[in-house]
Write a protein that binds this ligand. Structure first.
Ligand SMILES: Cc1ncc(COP(=O)(O)O)c(C=O)c1O
Length: 370
């Protein structure tokens, strides 16, 4: 008999599928890397802010030493920016790290974690990885059904993941609705409010989740430097929560989980408000252009508050993969979302104007040929 290594709940995990790298698509399809447009991983099309590049260059001489395990300077900058004590902040190797650590810190094997259908894939992975039970609450119009999520809480529920805006659907929950939800969640259940895309929200949609952290000891707000701040490759995310939750995270966090260059770059990016504003403005402009093209092509899309749009490219369950392949052959990388149970859809990251145009032209050509 062959032995099976690892717990059955780990063997049952379907690994995370990342966006295809440009180099891989160039090799596979015989294309020139420079001609390829990647709109697959919700990265900032402006790349990394110059201020962060400069900060990294200066920090490079420190690389013979370990990073500051407590990230004093970055935490001080975050503390000042968000108006919370540094002791309420935990850094992660990307916010993905925060989501994983939170699941392991708050939940025991066999207990349950609630998240919404079509919400970010890492919630399912984190749940499965610790042998917890997933309660997946059906989405309403591709977004979270908060009332149903409340109703789904059982005696053994220890954590609820909420993504706002959500990836891959881009749906958004208004502040007052979230606040009413937080008010009703029992204090024995932690809520991770994942705000990876919050910096893209227009002024009128913003809400003060940090004020909620002060009010709700069971709330953890998760943010990232990967999206609007433009530092996806460096891997920096952070959590803001009261000391009881923060203390638990700190017990599990790897001591040096955010490297020296990443800490230096994040401080610079945090203070680079001009870059942040430019990123949000470019995103809003690209969203208008993409959705205008979808309207013209009579394609259904989910209104999005992120830096991406989910669009339905056909009515049969092979549509997403078929159109994706046709786009890849034309050097355009987007994200199929069949793994989310959305096989008729593709998720398009909003790019630079010329990247958006290249995608629209390739899509028009693909659909015309169908
Ligand atoms: C909703 C959401 N949360 C968290 C993350 C994790 O991002 P990172 O680990 O780069 O901070 C992503 C990345 O796409 C996301 O879409």
């Amino acid at each position: 008999m062959t032995a099976s290594f690892g717990p059955s709940y780990v063997r049952a995990i379907a690994p995370y599928v990342a966006g295809k790298p440009i180099s891989e698509v160039a090799r596979e399809f015989g294309l020139d890397e420079a001609s390829i447009v990647k709109l697959a991983s919700n990265e900032n099309p402006l790349g990394m802010p110059e201020s962060a590049q400069h900060a990294m260059a200066q920090a490079a001489s420190e690389l013979g030493r370990y990073p500051d395990a407590n990230a004093f300077e970055l935490k001080s900058a975050l503390s000042e920016r968000y108006g919370v004590p540094a002791e309420w902040i935990t850094l992660g190797n990307g916010s993905n790290d925060i989501l994983e650590i939170a699941a392991h810190a708050f939940v025991e094997k066999g207990q349950s974690i609630i998240y919404a259908q079509y919400s970010f894939a890492v919630y399912a992975l984190a749940t499965q990885g610790l042998g917890a039970r997933a309660i997946v609450v059906p989405a309403v119009r591709y977004g979270h059904d908060l009332d149903a999520m409340l109703a789904a809480i059982t005696d053994d529920t220890r954590l609820i993941f909420v993504a706002n805006p959500n990836n891959p659907t881009g749906t958004f929950i208004e502040g007052p609705k979230l606040e009413a939800f937080l008010d009703k969640v029992p204090r024995s259940v932690a809520v991770v409010l994942d705000e990876a895309y919050t910096e893209y929200l227009p002024q009128e949609k913003r809400y003060d989740s940090i004020a909620w952290v002060r009010r709700y000891p069971n709330l953890l707000v998760s943010r990232t430097f990967s999206k609007a701040f433009g530092l996806a490759g460096l891997r920096v995310g952070f959590a803001i929560a009261q000391p009881e939750l923060t203390d638990l995270l700190n017990r599990l966090r790897q001591p040096f989980n955010v490297n020296t260059l990443a800490q230096a770059a994040a401080i610079a990016a945090l203070n680079d408000t001009a870059f942040l504003e430019k990123s949000a403005a470019l995103n809003a402009q690209g969203y208008r252009r993409l959705t205008e093209a979808f309207d013209k092509l009579c394609l259904e899309y989910v209104p999005s508050d992120g830096n991406f749009v989910l669009v339905r490219v056909g009515n049969d369950d092979s549509a997403g993969n078929r159109v994706n392949l046709a786009l890849l052959k034309q050097g355009v990388i987007v994200r199929p979302v069949g793994n989310y149970g959305l096989p008729q859809w593709l998720r398009i990251t909003i790019g630079l104007p010329e990247e958006n145009e290249a995608f629209i032209a390739a899509l028009e050509k693909t659909l015309a040929a169908a």
